[in-house]
Design a protein around this ligand. Structure first.
Ligand code: AMP
Ligand code: MG
Length: 336
């Protein structure tokens, strides 16, 4: 049983491995589809079932609000109307996204929607390499200066549309973890696609183990992170891509060029107590590449830790993860 338990609590950042045989007293597991991905929540304690259901409801509520593709979501309507009063959640997330745009020098940019559309990364569209003209047209409305906020009213410039796909799951995992705690759960692990969130520690008081997916073989990992009460979010070109004329094009766009970020990284995993920031930064650091990310880390090391995997297969880990990252492979430590 102990062995079985151990195998159950190793969770991959991109895929959950919670075997159905893994069940012990007052544990409640739930798997569902939301925000375009498979999500799992495992919670412990006598109140786990009702708490998980409440957390799931919260994630579904946010999906309906923040989805770029769901007709009648707030973001869907804002993208068409260009000006409207939005709910507190949407306002919080757009405001935070603008702040992170500034913090990351534009690497994180929720006004990327017209570009994501051109590259065909929305369901129902066909993936294609757009013409340079189409990219230039799409770039006309890109940049945080085209998003204006006045009280709870958001106004977008004529050519601007928003996509919160790089941050919505992070925000949802924060809200869901708060709901789990409010409902009496002090030990839980959630995986919302590539976003993992640990609530407290394992029921036995030890840290959770989160495996970092090997970008070359998603069934394997390159190492594990030991965490409690933190979010672990991975962004990688391997998560969504298409191939045209022998070239790979992935879904993380450098909005300075309008093309998929070509920064020499295969994936970036970010660890932070702040889920929203972890999600936004995993995307941003992927766009920035290793050298810029090192500089960014030296100025913001209190906010996050990160594990980088380069195209050459090298692993770089920030020094604030010294005690939590373990790997059988060689890795280099990034010091402040
Ligand atoms: P993530 O998986 O969190 O890295 O988010 C990737 C998704 O965010 C993509 O599928 C796009 O919808 C959107 N996205 C792509 N590039 C960017 C970017 N530079 N800044 C913000 N969002 C982006
Ligand atoms: Mg992200």
């Amino acid at each position: 049983m102990k062995l079985l338990r151990k195998s159950c609590i190793l969770i991959m950042t991109a895929a959950v491995i919670l075997s159905s045989g893994c069940s012990f007293d007052s544990e409640y597991n739930c798997e569902f589809f939301a925000m375009d991905t498979v999500m799992t929540i495992s919670a412990y304690g006598s109140k786990s079932e009702s708490a998980v259901k409440a957390a799931q409801n919260e994630i579904n509520r946010l999906d309906k609000l923040l989805s770029v593709q769901r007709e009648n979501s707030e973001i869907y309507r804002l993208n068409r109307l260009k000006e409207m009063t939005v709910s507190e959640d949407t306002l919080t997330l757009i405001t935070r996204s603008k702040e992170i745009y500034t913090l990351t020098d534009g690497a994180f940019d929720i006004s990327c929607e017209p570009l994501i559309r051109e590259w065909g990364f929305y369901s129902g569209l066909e993936n294609k390499v757009p013409s340079q003209q189409a990219i230039e047209n799409a770039l006309k409305g890109v940049g945080a200066a085209h998003i204006n906020i006045e009280n709870s009213r958001v106004k977008l410039d004529e050519n601007t549309s928003l996509d919160l796909g790089a941050v919505a799951k992070g925000y949802a995992s924060r809200k869901a973890s708060e709901i789990l705690k409010e409902n009496g759960v002090s030990s839980a692990l959630m995986s919302l696609g590539g976003n993992v969130r640990a609530v407290g520690s394992k029921p036995d008081g030890e840290s959770w183990s989160v495996a970092i997916t090997n970008p070359d073989d998603n069934s394997k990992s390159i190492g594990t992170l030991k965490i409690s009460d933190k979010a672990v979010v991975t962004s990688g070109g391997y998560q969504r891509y298409f191939e045209e004329n022998g070239q790979i094009y992935h879904h993380i766009i450098d909005t300075k060029t309008g093309h998929p970020a070509d920064s020499g990284l295969k994936s970036v995993t970010v660890v932070s107590e702040d889920d929203t920031l972890a999600d936004a930064l995993s995307t941003s650091l992927f766009v920035m590449g290793l050298e810029k990310s090192k500089e960014f880390y030296s100025q913001n090391s209190l906010l996050f830790g990160a594990v980088f995997i380069t195209h050459k297969g090298e692993i770089f880990v920030t020094d604030n993860l010294n005690d939590s990252f373990m790997s059988k492979q060689d890795f280099e430590v990034i010091s402040v």
